[in-house]
Design a protein around this ligand. Structure first.
Ligand code: DOR
Length: 442
């Protein structure tokens, strides 16, 4: 089956230009304005941008065990709609993903159920070093150095020294200091004000833990990716270790701040917590000047009923996977960034951070994970239209300009103008960790 996408404005590594892209057998076979090959499907994409599929390297799709919140079918539909063609899922499911057997189980579930490509991290515990050292078919190891949803936590210094010193897979971590969170929780014991979430999980909790993790990574010279940076101060810490450290930011930390608690209540509760508008501005600046490399969602769905419990019984996390690309494209339309930068942050950079083979850019021989984007389309995010099983979005009611309209996963068009073709699923992502990550690749 060949598909020819004609006359799109194509975002290529070497620049953005009007050209045509031929898909053959799930891969990009040719890029040329004058392709004359006969194709079964011809798409006239004049006026639209063609970009590589988004790789969201931080999602919680809740399968197995927490499928009342989300599951692989709903979440991967949300991905297809949002232009996300590959996701990397976190290990705080039930049971936790802390052994090869559990990883293999998740991969088998996704092979059956996911409409887009997938990968799964292995989670660190204080005593699964052998599992971490032997793990295969995974982008890397996730460490919760501060606790969040679930019971995965490695706070013990000796255990952390062993993980950073004696494993070889790429590492990433949730950085919020457990000691500081616990002390602040006592100070705010009895509070029902969700705004206190940002006083309990405060600036210092994030900065101190990121500093601690960077110290481990630098001493052990272990490549390390800081997940969901939430403060301006951390952007400077990570920038001091270019070459070894990469870092990412989530849409909620770019678009919301503590000032949104009165409007959103516990819908604005997530870990790391929201910080100030000034932090948000500093995160944007760090993205634009390259101190942060990746934008990913930390898609963390909980049901509305769960979110409506009084704080602090309300769980932390927000869904975002089906709106993240549109949220960023809307910023490009407003002149805050370019579509090329978005492709770097959401497609190319995550592929390089995790050594993902054949993804993240539009190039001959790469997988045909592609998204057609209409920069002129305006639409409102509505809870009723969300594909995520939790059925709500913290951006409900917001109007965005710039939306994904068609999505191909390995050459199969899985989403087109609001409809899904679920006749074929995604595939397991492949990793070549010998590449050495973001800083060693161009
Ligand atoms: O807010 C969050 N929710 N942050 C995390 O790190 C975990 C996530 C979840 O799994 O709910």
């Amino acid at each position: 089956m060949k598909t020819l996408i004609r006359n799109a404005t194509v975002v290529l590594p070497e620049g953005t230009l009007p050209t045509s892209v031929l898909i053959d057998g799930g891969q990009i076979a040719a890029i040329d304005p004058a392709i004359h090959t006969q194709a079964e499907t011809v798409v006239d994409a004049a006026g639209l941008h063609l970009i590589p599929g988004v790789i969201d390297d931080q999602v919680h799709f809740r399968e197995p065990g927490l499928t009342h919140k989300e599951d692989l079918r709903h979440a991967s539909r949300a991905c297809a709609k949002g232009g996300v063609t590959t996701f990397l899922d976190m290990p705080n499911t039930t049971p936790n993903t802390t052994t090869q057997a559990r990883l293999d189980e998740k991969l088998a579930l996704a092979a059956e159920r996911s409409l887009v490509n997938y990968g799964f991290y292995i989670g660190a515990t204080p005593d699964n070093l052998d599992d971490l050292r032997r793990a295969q078919r995974t982008p890397g190891i996730k460490i919760f150095i501060g606790s969040s949803t679930g019971d995965l936590l490695v706070d013990d210094q000796d255990a952390l020294e062993r993980i950073f010193g004696e494993t070889t897979l790429p590492l990433c971590a949730h950085c919020e200091s457990e000691t500081i969170i616990r002390a602040n929780s006592q100070r705010y014991a009895g509070t029902q004000d969700v705004a206190d979430h940002s006083r309990i999980r405060d600036h210092q909790a994030a900065v101190a833990c990121t500093r601690r993790a960077l110290d481990l990574a630098v001493r052990h010279q272990h490549r390390f990716h800081v997940l969901h940076v939430s403060t301006g101060a951390e952007t400077q810490l990570v920038a001091d270790h270019r070459g070894l450290i990469t870092a990412e930011v989530c849409p909620h930390h770019l678009f919301f701040s503590v000032d949104d608690y009165p409007r959103l209540g516990t819908l604005a509760q997530m870990n790391p917590s929201l910080k100030t508008q000034q932090d948000g501005a500093q995160l944007w600046q760090a993205l634009l000047d390259g101190r942060l490399q990746v934008v990913a969602t930390d898609h963390a769905p909980h049901t509305l009923q769960e979110k409506q419990r009084p704080y602090p019984q309300s769980p932390s996390g927000v869904p975002a996977v089906e709106n993240s690309l549109a949220l960023m494209l809307n910023q490009a339309n407003q002149g805050r960034c370019t579509i090329e930068q978005i492709v770097h942050w959401m497609c190319d950079a995550p592929a390089r951070v995790w050594d993902i083979v054949g993804k993240g850019r539009i190039a001959v021989g790469y997988d045909a994970d592609l998204v057609l984007v209409d920069m002129n389309k305006t639409a409102v995010i509505r809870n009723e239209e969300q594909q995520t099983k939790c059925g709500w979005s913290p951006w409900h009611g917001e109007t965005l300009q710039g939306w994904p309209v068609r999505t191909w996963v390995r050459g199969h068009e899985v989403f087109r103008d609001g409809r899904f073709d679920e006749s074929r699923g995604g595939a397991e992502a492949a990793y070549d960790h010998a590449r050495g990550g973001y800083w060693r690749t161009a």
